[in-house]
Design a protein around this ligand. Structure first.
Ligand code: NAP
Length: 406
């Protein structure tokens, strides 16, 4: 607890995902004594959210992402700022600068690795000096991956006295859609990378978010249309693998290499058994490649933009409610012992479930993190660990279980 008036300020409450966060906090935080407020650049839009969600006395703060004075005034009032103002690479710099300078804790939903690396390089020293704890990637990317690995490794230590030296995360099933903000963030990333060979190399580096002295050299693999002998199923690339993998390796680096110097981590989507699974794996791999290449070419990007959600748009309430995800983490120790865990979510991954994960991460940051935890750029697993898993299981519809291998 600090003497600031609010524990949490939801910045970007008018965004597609910010509105779901606001509704969830309103329903879940009632009676918990959480002091929270919503914020955004437009008073009229904030009032509309207020009316739509049926908030009665939630304070509203007006702050533009490009206006230093309004952001400073907002940060002066909140212990934790939760930002859904994206694309973060376009709108996020100044807020992170002010949070790190003022000792204000911060979490967000970015999945933009180049922006995270830039923020670390520019502001890590200020965060360490001020005590600000900065935690990016508190949504579907990368909480299930980061926390799933943390969970499996803790059980491996208990069962075998050693961590798994290799973990393969497989998306067994997933149902959900994308929003305009997510598409805008992807488009911006592809646009930046298409004119910048150094950035393209950086995006391929699984260790790009690790501290510069990480010393990891293990060659990580990536999945095309491949066969998983352990699952006896076909695999296709998973669109979030690039960011999730980087976050998991940062967690390893920040935890004193608790997963090992040569830890291997891979993510993929399961497409099924037999020839049908193989065909779907090939089609998915080709489709993903074509989509990314299409976004890199301006006229095709324009055409694709006609069919993709615009800012403010996203999956319907029914789609959010009927969505879900189911992931398997397959671990193997250096001695060949095997352990498997399952992580599930009860809403569509990117919105219904992400909103709950982000809200619980914010509350964990405000309430559960030990007062002596230093400032800096953390990951969900390294800063919030088991406390966050407990919150996700109790309040966010996620499950974490060790399961037997068939
Ligand atoms: N990690 C994950 O799993 C995950 C899941 C979902 C979304 N996301 C990310 O979350 C972000 C939001 O997505 P979304 O679809 O909800 O976005 P969206 O609906 O397009 O909303 C964008 C938000 O940014 C605000 N904004 C834009 N410029 C601003 C400025 N100058 N000052 C203050 N606010 C400004 C908008 O305010 P107005 O309403 O006033 O225009 C709006 O609130 C994206 O970056 C997306 O990639 C990540």
């Amino acid at each position: 607890m600090t003497d600031k008036p609010f524990d949490i300020i939801v910045y970007g409450a008018t965004s597609f995902v910010g509105q779901i966060v606001t509704r969830y906090m309103h329903e879940t935080f009632a009676g918990e004594g959480v002091r929270w407020a919503i914020a955004g650049r437009s008073k009229a839009k904030l009032e509309a959210v207020n009316a739509a969600v049926g908030l009665s006395d939630i304070p509203m703060i007006v702050a533009d992402a490009a206006d230093r004075a309004t952001l400073e005034a907002m940060c002066a009032q909140g212990t934790v700022i939760v930002s859904t103002v994206g694309p973060y690479a376009l709108h996020g710099d100044l807020l992170v600068e002010i949070c790190t300078a003022s000792g204000t804790h911060y979490c967000d939903l970015t999945g933009e690795p180049h922006w995270i690396r830039r923020m670390q390089a520019r502001h890590e020293a200020a965060a360490k000096a001020s005590g600000a704890r900065i935690v990016h990637c508190c949504g579907f990317d990368s909480i299930p991956s980061d926390m799933g690995v943390h969970f499996l490794q803790a059980h491996a230590q208990q069962a075998f006295g050693a961590p798994c030296e290799r973990i393969d995360m497989r998306v067994m099933r997933m149902k959900g859609g994308a929003s305009g903000g997510t598409i805008a963030s992807m488009v911006n990333l592809v646009k930046e990378a298409s004119g910048d060979p150094a950035l393209r190399r950086e995006l391929k580096n699984p260790y790009s978010l690790c501290p510069p002295d990480h010393g990891f050299t293990a060659r990580q693999s990536s999945v095309g249309a491949d066969y998983d002998a352990r699952l006896e199923r076909w695999l296709a690339p998973f669109i979030m693998a690039s960011i999730n993998t980087k976050v998991v390796h940062r967690s390893n680096a920040l935890s004193g290499k608790a997963y090992g110097q040569n830890f291997l981590y891979e993510e993929a989507m399961v497409t099924g058994k037999g020839s049908g699974g193989k065909r779907r794996a090939k089609l998915t791999a080709m489709g993903l490649g074509a989509f990314t290449s299409g976004l890199a070419i301006p006229p095709l990007r324009w055409v694709l933009g006609k069919f993709l959600p615009k800012p403010g748009e996203g999956p319907s309430e029914t789609e959010q409610r009927e969505g879900m995800f189911d992931m398997a983490f397959l671990g193997t120790t250096a001695k060949g012992e095997r352990l498997r865990c399952r992580v599930t979510g009860d809403r569509d991954p990117g919105y219904g479930s992400t909103a709950k994960m982000l809200s619980q991460a914010a509350l964990c940051l405000a309430r559960d993190v030990p007062a002596d935890a230093p400032g800096g750029f953390w990951t969900p697993a390294t800063l919030m660990g088991d406390a966050l898993i407990a919150r996700l299981q109790a309040h966010a519809g996620l499950t974490f279980d060790i399961v037997e291998e068939k």
